[in-house]
Ligand binder design. Structure first.
Ligand code: HEM
Ligand SMILES: *[C@@H]1O[C@H](CO)[C@@H](O)[C@H](O)[C@H]1NC(C)=O
Ligand SMILES: *[C@@H]1O[C@H](CO)[C@@H](O)[C@H](O)[C@H]1NC(C)=O
Length: 332
């Protein structure tokens, strides 16, 4: 199914040729990546990934969200090179246990399982970075997002960097300016910040991520004024005052397993979960985009696909760089 759709899309792009503005977003070859990279060496790859992502989401409806975030945390730190998947060893300090990731990132076992199946069909051929990118595309499109073609040929890192995680992953406690700076340093822009923040149409956040807004916001003794009062009371019962932040989770929107534009409608009524979500309304340009996505879910879905395509191509290793790991959790 996925492969058919892919072929059909590729064919359509071919027919439309340079007449289509689309072609500039999805050229047949992207940098050194290639849509047909595994066509001979692993012809069933797309089917294997899509089928296993579907099973994983059927088993755990949160998994689409978790895979999306895993891919983001891979790509935003030194590029989409599967560095986030590496386990700690005595020779290598991985990224999994860095503060923004530890007890927070999910879905490693889904990628490890897909990799094991792919290794049986095509040993030492397909990178973990490509599998994670494809799995994320499939997850988003299976829960209601727009499909986008993924060029392939990424290779896996032989290193990871905990310090880079600390420096490069945006924090929910920093201002929009700082978050935007982190995105622009990767070749993404303010529009990508607004669009990709819409990834928070899926999934959940733990108390620690928003508790600072509930009781004593910035030392004011009051809650964040930019937080809707009925959402506030729900969140307060989930994460009571005085208690240490617990691992209870709140959904980012009322439909956390469905890709829709509720994230943006919520922002318009002060119902963004994280301070960094609601902060989009504090910037005139970003707020204008929030308005348009709240009015036009198809525009959001289409722009999301385009920004994800950019995200998936950040800092990729190709050619002879990096390696094809045999297992995603360790270098060869
Ligand atoms: C713009 C800056 C961003 C900040 C500050 C941020 C922060 C966070 C935080 C604090 C959580 C909750 C983690 C936890 O409670 O364990 C979270 C979850 C999530 N984030 Fe982001 N995020 C950002 C951008 C993104 C982007 C660009 C994407 C994807 C395109 C994304 C996708 C997700 C998803 C899907 C979840 C839910 C994961 C799950 O339920 O397993 N986030 N984010
Ligand atoms: C199904 O999901 C649960 C978590 O919700 C997980 O513990 C379990 O390992 C998953 N099973 C399979 C077969 O993926
Ligand atoms: C935002 O970035 C500035 C400049 O890099 C830095 O000084 C400041 O500490 C950052 N703010 C937060 C909350 O991280």
């Amino acid at each position: 199914m996925a492969q058919k759709l892919f072929l059909c899309l590729t064919f359509t792009l071919f027919l439309l040729g340079p007449l289509s503005p689309f072609i500039y977003k999805y050229p047949l070859v992207y940098g050194q990546l290639d849509y047909n990279f595994y066509a001979q060496s692993c012809p069933y790859l797309l089917n294997i990934v899509r089928y296993n992502v579907l099973s994983a989401i059927r088993n755990d409806t949160r998994m689409a969200a978790s895979l999306l975030r895993l891919h983001f945390h891979d790509c935003i730190v030194n590029g989409c090179d599967a560095s986030v998947l590496l386990d700690d060893t005595k020779d290598l300090t991985g990224e999994k246990n860095a503060p923004p990731n530890r007890n927070s990132l999910r879905g490693f076992e889904v990628i490890d399982n897909i990799k094991a199946v792919v290794e049986r069909f095509c040993p030492s051929t397909v990178s973990c970075a490509d599998i994670l990118t494809l799995a994320t595309r499939d997850a988003v499109s299976l829960v209601g997002g727009t499909y986008w073609p993924v060029p392939l040929g990424r290779r896996d890192s032989t290193t990871a960097s905990l310090t880079a995680v600390l420096q490069q992953i945006p924090s929910p406690f920093e201002p929009l300016q700082n978050i935007t700076a982190k995105f622009t340093s990767k070749g993404l822009d303010l529009k990508d910040v607004v669009v990709l923040s819409g990834g928070h149409t899926l999934g959940f956040a733990q108390c620690f991520a928003f508790k600072g807004r509930l009781f004593n916001f910035q030392g004011s003794g009051k809650p964040d004024p930019a937080l809707d009062s009925s959402l506030l009371s729900n969140l307060r019962s989930l994460c009571p005052d005085g208690d240490a932040p617990n691992s209870n989770v709140a959904p980012f929107d009322t439909s956390p397993t469905m890709f829709d534009n509720a994230y943006y409608t919520n922002l318009r009524s002060n119902a963004g979960l994280l301070e960094s979500d609601q902060a989009l309304m504090g910037d005139p340009l970003a707020a204008a985009m929030v308005y348009s996505y709240s009015m036009n879910p198809r525009l959001f879905s289409f722009d999301f696909a385009a920004s994800m395509s950019k995200l998936g191509n950040i800092g990729v290793l190709t050619g002879k760089n990096g390696e094809i790991r045999k297992k995603c959790g360790s270098v060869n």
